[in-house]
Design a protein around this ligand. Structure first.
Ligand code: NAD
Length: 479
């Protein structure tokens, strides 16, 4: 497959230093790539700007745009097995996740937004001004910069790419430096689908490439998924230049397990909720609030189940938990485990790197701390690894305050049959998404994004169309 960048329909090697993409399960180098320079980023933006103004894209009727996106979705579906394998090798997620979740979600997004391309309507409004015909139009923004993270590289990119193109924009994508391969393969499929040159451009490299894209004056919008720290920096830069921005940032999702919950029945949902993608999910359930009378029982069941998960290469069909994406992420998990022990939390399982044949990859054992207190750092900071914390609560009246006692507000889960309690909490919890009696699920039709430090704006649903369009008011005097 091509590992250069795609700029204006040409596969071009970046002018910057070389970097490698590594298989986190083995530590082996998968591909050597080059960083984009500022001139490369500029060339990509210019190509996107020209494509935006072109008859081949800018002048395309909505139905033709929809057809191209549907063709790209078909191609992605046809190549799903190959690309899922690539994602597993580059990112680490076990094959059942890449083939059963990441790829179908990306295909579904493309089809869903292909449907929107012909339905981006304005309104008419009854103005209290005489002799006026009034309407609004929704127009594309122009060149959008899409900056993707490494945890679900293809799927999270598609949450941006599909609505951006459906609305008629052009894009410059900056994939995460750890996981560029599925994005480059996707760009090849978009070419094959007949999306005109310059509509989808990809630049590779790290933070400096992202910064050059954010600063570029011809980029009209930045859509970013990543850490809260980088999100703040990007938001500030976009603010200075009055550039549109949407930010999907970190999380520390509470999972509230009430006294009446059937612990055996809720165990699998919480295990998956906490450890999907080895905990490298912004919506991972990482703070389990359990009624104090059932805290020990739940902690024991959770640690028992976590402790028996089979770690391994994501390509191995026996694997239940893959590696972390990089040595840095393993160091981060380890650092927080040390902090948790120092804080006096009870380490029930895990807390170390596996040895033997896995030691050449970036693995960390699933780890459960019990008896965790609200003020401990392991209960407050995003670890982004397989480290779970169980906290006792005394009364349901405390739950809203406990769940909301965090800077983050991305997601929350509640497990109970008490509909009054559940619905009150669902209203009071400050989170963009609340799942009731279920592990995380996503759908292109359900708006996704965070409150507080978890972000600004929403992806998915009509909200994403709004995020990639501007509204124009058109007044006509009738006399
Ligand atoms: P990161 O912020 O380090 O990097 C994300 C992307 O931004 C990468 O492509 C990176 O190269 C680029 N980047 C880094 N610094 C930049 C800068 N100054 N200017 C422009 N671009 C820059 O995040 P990460 O470590 O890749 O991802 C993990 C984080 O993402 C976690 O905090 C996680 O919670 C969050 N996340 C959020 C969601 C969500 O939907 N809210 C989804 C997935 C991940």
């Amino acid at each position: 497959m091509r590992t250069e960048m795609l700029i204006g329909g040409e596969w071009t090697a970046g002018g910057g230093p070389a970097f490698t993409s590594v298989n986190p399960a083995t530590g082996e180098v998968l591909a050597e790539l080059r960083e984009a320079t500022e001139a490369d980023v500029d060339a990509a933006v210019q190509a996107a700007d020209s494509a935006f103004a072109s008859d081949e894209w800018g002048g395309l009727l909505p139905a033709a745009r929809a057809k191209l996106l549907l063709r790209a979705a078909d191609l992605l579906e046809e190549h799903a097995a190959e690309i899922a394998r690539l994602e597993t090798q580059d990112q680490g997620q076990p094959l059942p996740i890449s083939i059963g979740f990441s790829l179908p979600n990306a295909v579904e997004h493309l089809r869903y937004y292909a449907g929107w391309a012909t339905k981006i309507t304005g309104i008419t409004a009854p103005l209290s001004v005489p002799d006026i015909d009034y309407r609004t139009r929704r127009e594309p923004l122009g060149v959008c910069g899409l900056i993707a993270p490494w945890n679900f590289p293809l799927m999270i990119l598609m949450w941006k790419l599909a609505p951006a193109l459906a609305a008629g924009n052009t894009v410059v994508i900056k994939s995460a430096e750890q996981t560029p391969l599925s994005t480059l393969r996707l760009a090849g499929l978009f070419e094959e689908a007949g999306i005109p040159a310059g509509v989808v451009n990809v630049v590779t490299g790290g933070p400096d490439v992202g910064r050059a894209l954010v600063r570029h004056p011809q980029v009209k919008k930045i859509a970013f998924t990543g850490s809260t720290e980088v999100g703040r920096e990007i938001g500030a830069e976009c603010g200075r230049n009055l550039k549109k921005v949407s930010l999907e940032l970190g999380g520390k999702a509470p999972s509230i397990i009430a006294a009446d919950a059937d612990l055996d029945a809720v165990l699998q949902g919480n295990l998956l909720g906490g450890l999907i993608n080895a905990g490298q999910s912004c919506a991972a359930y990482t703070r389990f609030y359990v009624d104090a009378r059932r805290h020990d029982e739940f902690a024991e069941k959770l640690s028992g189940a976590a402790g028996t998960l089979r770690l391994g290469n994501g390509l191995d069909p026996q694997t239940q938990l893959g590696p972390l994406v990089s040595a840095e992420q393993v160091d981060q998990a380890e650092r927080y485990v040390t902090i948790g022990k120092q804080e006096g939390a009870d380490l029930l399982t895990g807390g170390q790197r596996p040895d033997g044949e896995l030691s050449s990859g970036f693995f960390y054992e699933p780890t459960v701390f019990a008896g965790v207190q609200q003020d401990m750092r392991i209960a407050r900071e995003e670890i982004f690894g397989p480290v779970l914390t169980v906290l006792p609560y005394d009364s349901p009246d405390e739950l809203t305050a406990l769940a909301n006692d965090t800077g983050y507000g991305l997601a929350a889960a509640i497990w109970s049959r008490d509909i009054s309690m559940v619905n009150r909490l669902a209203q009071e919890v400050k989170a963009g998404t609340v799942w009731i009696n279920m592990h995380q699920a996503l759908d292109a039709a359900a708006p996704w994004g965070g409150m507080k430090s978890s972000g600004i704006g929403r992806e998915m649903g009509w909200d994403a169309i709004e995020a990639y369009t501007d509204v124009k008011s058109i007044w006509t005097h009738l006399t």
